[in-house]
Each structure stands twice: as structure tokens, then as C-alpha cells.
Design a protein around this ligand. Structure first.
Ligand SMILES: Nc1nc2c(ncn2[C@@H]2O[C@H](COP(=O)(O)OP(=O)(O)OP(=O)(O)O)[C@@H](O)[C@H]2O)c(=O)[nH]1
Ligand SMILES: [Mg+2]
Length: 446
């Protein structure tokens, strides 16, 4: 599985269980947990490779080639007229998908299906490490391509090298949305039927020329042995074309998983921010409300300075954090390390901080976002500090620290997460020190 995905999944799982353990009676938290679970499922699914093509073009053989020759229970797969999804499972397993949903077949035969049920597709679970990186969907030639591509991130179009790329093939493929082209591979089977290397090259060049820009790449393979003899790696040993194909698909799957992780990270960040902003909507008592107003006035003035160009982004972020530290200290005396009543902070200069927007407008947006998040966090602090129920207080802190850690997985929010403690029942005074590098920060909070 892609490294970025594994990292993100671990982080999301940890935060979600921390959030669930806090047991807050808050709808927004429940939605957030459900949303995170959904994201985990999406992220954990390996990108799917759908194999399309006309009848007898070698689709099943290519599926077997991708899987590693001979692993597929071809007795089942060979005779069926429905799509076959091959995905990772700890043990070999077989499911029939009918109008009634998914049903496990114990005997590895479609005859087990009770009468009256219409077989729509078959799912085969295979304990092959390759399937951790991609799933394979083998389709019957008459399958409706539009149906098949819905859940597939990578598409392979199979054509027979000796009569490759007919008008009817072009008609079907060019009718697919361009997103399919971007992650589409043209795989010409029966490479072994070509006369020699020169012939292989000639056909490959012709295919590239006539199919551009509809495929990401064109690959010629010999796939026969894989489907017919079930003998491991014969085709691989012969001309290396199987290895080439697998390498292409793995690279593409990796790229897709990485993109998905980036997108998922953004969604998760938004979800976490929405949730902690919601947590911050509790009513405040008068004194707390005044403290919040004070912070809002100060942070507002800093944002104005930035907008008028009288302060730099680094300076404003540093000041925001300093003001925030001061406000938290007022709300919870003793929560800020070495804090004196003054707002003096040893600054280490933020000029070298990474990841800050360089353009003025983007910088202002970034600072506004940070100020809004700090306001929400301060509100939570102010609303729940007066609870007088230490257990409940710890629950809020736990939930908040889980959300803060998700709110910016890219790291720009790390310092904040540390200001606001790890939340695992530790008193504020013992929480980790702010990381000085970020925001050109001060290291004064704990
Ligand atoms: N010589 C040779 N034969 C191949 C190759 N690929 C597939 N075949 C043979 O072509 C026939 C059809 O292959 P399949 O993999 O079943 O083709 P398919 O597209 O899945 O067929 P349908 O599902 O019926 O549409 C089989 O007899 C394969 O052994 C190849 O690269 N070289
Ligand atoms: Mg087939």
C-alpha cells in the first residue's frame, strides 16, 4: 500500500479512536467520527484496474498476468459472463453478487447460487501481495463500459496485437470520458504471435500514433501461458512483458493512491475544522465572553495590520500565537509555560518558516483562517473550563486535541496541537512544549 496512504490512515484511525473515547454527547462529533470512518474505507481500498476489450481479446489472460500467473481460480472465472472483481483477502474466498447483495460461495462454484437469483458479478479474494496495491476487475466483452468504469481508477483496453485497434474499438474507447484516457493503458496481447522484435516495434509505434492522446501508454504482452497452463511465471520468463505491465500498473496505482491521500487529507482537515468550530458554539458566561471579545479585538487589529501592510505575515502569526497564549493563560492560569503577565516573547523570527503563503492575498487568508481557528479553540477553552467536572474537561481536551491534530495534517498546525496538550488526561501544565520552528514560534506554551 502507498506510504502516504498508510501514514494518513494511521493518523486518522488514531484521532478517530481518541475522539470516540472522549464520548462527547455532541452530534457534530458523531458526524465527524462517521465521516472519518468513511474516509478510512475509501483510503484503504486499493485503486481498481478495470480490464475492457472486445470478445477474446485476452482480458482474462491479462487479469491473470497482473495477478501473477496461475493464482486465479480460472475454472470459475473462465466460464462466467459477468464481471469478476479480484481483490486482496487473507484467505482465498469467493462471493456472488446478486440482486440480493453479496453472498459467500463456499465451494468455489457458481452452481451454489440458489435458483431465482441473478448473478451480477463475482468477487474473488486472493491472498496476493500485489493486490494490496491494486484490485483487478475482469469484464465480459459485452459489459457496459460506462457501468464498469464507475469505480475504476485505472482502465486497460485489451486488443489483439495482430489486428489491433479496429474501428469498433476506437468507437467504444473514444466514447469514454477523458478521465479514463488519462489513466488508460492500451494492452496489445498476442505479442508472441508477432514475427520478431522489429514487428513488435512497428506495431507498438503504429498503435501509439493512431491512439494518441487516448492512452497513457501502450504495452505489448504475451499473455497466453498465464491463462492456459496456470504455471507460475512462464510468460514472465519468456519476454518480460508481464513484468513491464505490472510495473506500469503499480506505478499508476501508486500515483493515484498518492493523489487520493492528498485529496483525503484536505477533506479530513475541513471536517475536523468544522467539528471544532461547532464544539466552540457553546454559550459563554459574561466574564468568559469578555475575554473572548478582548482576544477578538486584538487578533482583529493584527489582521488589519497585515491587510494594511504594516506588519509581515510571519510577524502577525507570531503575534497571534502570543496573544492566543496570553488569552489561554487568562482563561486557565498556569497553562502557559513561563508566562508572565506581559506579552513578551522571545521571538526566533519566522522568515524561514516553511509552507507559508508568499503572496499577500493568500497570506491574509492564511492568517484569517488561523485567527478563526484560534478563536474557536479559545471559545472551547472558555466554555468548558468552568465545568468543574475534571472528567468532562479531560474529555473535551481529548476530543479537541484529536481534532486539532487532524485539522492540519500538513504540519502547519502542529504548534497549536502542542499548545493545547495531548489531551490524554495529562494536566495542561505537563503538556508538550511548543515547537519553536513553526510560525517562528516562541516556545513559551505548554
Ligand atoms: N498466443 C496467445 N494467446 C493468447 C494471448 N492472450 C490470450 N490468448 C488466448 O486467447 C484466448 C482468449 O483469451 P481470454 O483471456 O479468455 O480472452 P477474453 O478477452 O477474456 O475473452 P472473453 O472473456 O470471452 O471476451 C485464450 O485461448 C487465450 O489463451 C497471448 O498473448 N498470446
Ligand atoms: Mg474473459
Amino acid at each position: 500500500m502507498n506510504e502516504a496512504v498508510v501514514k494518513l490512515l494511521t493518523r486518522v484511525e488514531n484521532a478517530r479512536s481518541q475522539l470516540a473515547a472522549a464520548k462527547l454527547p455532541d452530534k457534530a462529533v458523531a458526524y465527524c467520527i462517521a465521516g472519518l470512518e468513511r474516509m478510512e474505507r475509501v483510503l484503504a481500498r486499493a485503486p481498481r484496474v478495470a480490464i475492457l476489450g472486445e470478445v477474446n481479446s485476452g482480458k482474462t489472460s491479462v487479469a491473470d498476468l497482473l495477478l501473477g500467473a496461475g493464482l486465479l481460480p480460472t475454472s470459475v472465472v473462465g466460464n462466467t459472463q459477468v464481471p469478476v472483481l479480484i481483490r486482496y483477502a487473507d484467505r482465498l474466498s469467493l462471493f456472488a453478487v446478486t440482486q440480493n447483495g453479496r453472498q459467500r460461495l463456499t465451494d468455489y462454484g457458481p452452481d451454489d447460487l440458489p435458483s431465482g437469483l441473478e448473478l451480477r458479478s463475482i468477487e474473488v479474494g486472493v491472498p496476493s501481495d500485489r493486490l494490496l496495491n491494486f484490485q483487478i476487475l475482469d469484464t465480459p466483452s459485452l459489459a457496459d463500459a460506462a457501468d464498469t468504469i464507475n469505480d475504476a481508477e485505472i482502465l486497460i483496453w485489451c486488443t489483439v496485437a495482430t489486428r489491433a485497434w479496429t474501428e469498433s474499438e476506437r468507437a467504444v474507447w473514444s466514447g469514454l470520458p477523458p478521465r479514463c484516457w488519462r489513466n488508460g493503458l492500451l494492452v496489445a496481447t498476442h505479442r508472441d504471435s508477432l514475427q520478431d522484435a522489429a514487428d513488435v516495434m512497428k506495431i507498438e509505434q503504429r498503435l501509439r500514433a493512431v491512439t494518441a492522446p487516448m492512452f497513457r501508454d501502450v504495452i505489448l504482452v504475451s499473455a497466453a501461458d498465464a491463462s492456459e497452463h496456470a504455471a507460475p511465471d512462464i510468460a514472465v520468463a519468456r519476454d518480460g512483458s508481464a513484468e513491464t505491465l505490472v510495473a506500469h500498473v503499480e506505478a499508476l496505482a501508486d500515483e493515484i493512491a498518492e493523489r487520493r491521500a492528498l485529496k483525503g487529507e484536505k477533506i479530513i482537515r475541513r471536517l475536523a475544522r468544522l467539528t471544532f468550530h461547532h464544539l466552540a458554539s457553546a454559550q459563554l458566561k459574561t466574564e468568559a465572553a469578555n475575554q473572548l471579545k478582548d482576544w477578538e479585538a486584538r487578533s482583529g487589529a493584527l489582521l488589519d495590520d497585515l491587510a494594511h501592510g504594516s506588519a509581515s505575515l510571519a510577524g502577525v502569526i507570531e503575534s497571534l500565537l502570543r496573544e492566543f497564549a496570553h488569552a489561554v493563560e487568562l482563561a486557565r492560569p498556569g497553562s502557559v509555560r513561563g508566562h508572565s503577565a506581559s506579552r513578551e516573547v522571545a521571538t526566533s523570527g519566522g522568515a524561514g518558516a516553511v509552507g507559508w503563503p508568499l503572496r499577500a492575498a493568500a497570506g491574509q487568508r492564511f492568517a484569517r483562517l488561523l485567527a478563526a481557528d484560534l478563536t474557536a479553540l479559545l471559545r472551547i477553552e472558555l466554555a468548558h473550563w468552568g465545568l468543574r467536572d475534571p472528567a468532562k474537561d479531560i474529555d473535551y481536551r481529548m476530543a479537541r486535541s484529536a481534532l486539532v491534530s487532524l485539522a492540519d495534517l500538513g504540519g502547519a498546525f502542529d504548534a497549536l496541537g502542542q499548545i493545547l496538550l495531548s489531551g490524554r488526561g495529562r494536566p495542561v501544565a505537563a503538556a508538550a512544549e511548543i515547537e519553536p520552528k513553526r510560525y517562528g514560534g516562541s516556545g513559551l506554551l505548554h
